[in-house]
Design a protein around this ligand. Structure first.
Ligand SMILES: [Zn+2]
Length: 66
């Protein structure tokens, strides 16, 4: 089963199957985070939808860190 991960540094989204540690190929972060997107939702999103999702995700998670 494919899952959708996001990079907490740069917001890059990636589909991953059966992996524990997921590395970002954009910025090299070794610990991508699991999103609540499922594959069906992810594949139905446009490129702009994905950018908006990543922006919102980063905003929420960076805010919680402080
Ligand atoms: Zn990254």
């Amino acid at each position: 089963m494919m899952k959708i991960y996001i990079c907490p540094q740069c917001g890059w989204l990636r589909m991953v199957s059966r992996r524990k540690d997921v590395e970002c190929h954009q910025c090299g972060n070794a610990q991508m985070r699991l999103t609540n997107l499922d594959l069906e939702k992810y594949t139905s999103m446009s490129e702009q939808d994905r950018i908006s999702y990543a922006d919102a995700w980063l905003y929420i998670h960076n805010r919680q860190k402080d």
